[in-house]
Structures are given as structure tokens and as C-alpha cells.
Design a protein around this ligand. Sequence first.
Ligand code: GLP
Length: 256
Amino acid sequence: MSEHQPLLEIVADAGAAASRAAEIIAARVVSGRVKVLGLATGGTMVPLYANLVAAVRARRLSLGGLTSFNLDEYVGVAPRLPASFHAYMRQHLLGETDLDPARAHIPDGMAPDLAAEASRYEMAIARAGGIDLQVLGIGSNGHIGFNEPGSDFGSRTRVVGLSEATRRANAAEFPDGAVPEQALTMGIATIIEAREILLLAIGAKKAGAIAAAIEGPISPDCPASALRLHAQVRIICDKAAASKLDGPQADIRRRA
Ligand code: GLP
């Protein structure tokens, strides 16, 4: 596979990143280019989803024709619990827009047979015709979805162990301290099969991961570096997340 340069957009702050990402998604949905949308969770996505909700309420956008696939879910956290990604999606998007809950897929982290659930999820994506646009955040250790450092670039949806760094980063969602040790996540191969990828990164704590993903070696040590094997990747960063980039792309953007 050949290496590609992601298209990098450096914007002032989180608000600008969210509205720019929402504008891109809305344009693709309105034109019909995106019918299957890959969705992410995490703090970074909250203002993006707020922008999409506002566009739907203002009748500038309908998500009614979409099928969606979320990247991941914790193992053993019931959908009704607030820390689940099911609850997150209900709160930030599903309950607030015309996206049909029956077509909004999220891996079932409570499935009795998790390997069977992972294959079922891969088959559902394939049956939907594949993902047109996958939205991604990034972990401060470079993870995408819950593909932690060391994940094989050929990996598909599967059960993974969460790193200590990730469990610490997400601990606030689990006030009882019971941060799950495992998750079900789309694999790196699943993610990079999407026709187009839009990654958002906000804040100085993502600067190291963004520099490694864009300018470091393409290696499982930084799962997000796999995105350079894809020809249609756009990365939207605020200035803080872009602050450790020192290659030509960052220079061009800063001069613009
Ligand atoms: C989470 C999710 C990722 C997300 C990342 C960053 O654990 N599994 O999909 O991109 O970590 O989250 P945040 O946006 O809260 O920094």
C-alpha cells in the first residue's frame, strides 16, 4: 500500500473544528455522497454533534436517510448505563435528530458471544455497502476507535484490552471507579476501508499523537499512522493539537 498525505486543516479552536466538521458532513449527506456514516464518541465529538443537531432542527439537514455504525463500545457496560457509548449516542445525537435508531448500529458489548457479535457487526457493515465517511477522534496514545498501540493494521472488529492510559483518560465516566478492561471495536482494517475519513483532534494533550500520526513512522506503535495508507483522509486540528507538527504541511497551513 502506498503512503498518502492527509489533508490537514488547522483551525483556531474546538468550536471552529466542530463547525467545520459538521459543515463537511452535512454537505456530503445533503449531496447524497454519504449514506453510511461511521460515528465516534468522546468529548471531541460533543460540539460536532451539537452542530449537527442544530442543523437538523433548523431543517438545513436531515439524517433520516442515513445508516450509521459506531466505532466501539465497552464490554459489560449495559446500554442503559450513562457511561455506555449507547447512552452517549442517545444523548448527543440519536435522541435529538431524525437518524433512525433502527439503522444506528453500535456494537453490543453485552453480547454473550463477543466474537460472534464482532463478526455480525462486520457483516452488517458489508451488507450496508461499506462506510462512506468515517468520523474519528484520537486517543492521546494515538489510538483510533479502541485500537490501542500495537494493534495490527489488518485487524477487524474484535474484543480488545484497554490500556492503562485509556482507562485513566476515560475514568471520569465511571464514578464508581469500575472502568472496563475490555471493549469491542472496529479494527484498523475496518476503519481504513471507509471511503473517506475525517479525524478531529482538539487540545494540547493530542499534540504528540497528531505529530506521530502525521510525521512519525507508519507503525502499529501509533495506530492513527495507519491513516496514511488511505488516500482520502482529512484531519481537522485546533492550534494546540497541531502544536508539535513541524513538517511542511504544518508550515504551509500556518502561512496560509
Ligand atoms: C475514546 C474513544 C475514541 C476517542 C478517544 C478520544 O476512548 N474510544 O474513539 O476518539 O477515546 O476521546 P476524547 O475525544 O474524549 O479525547
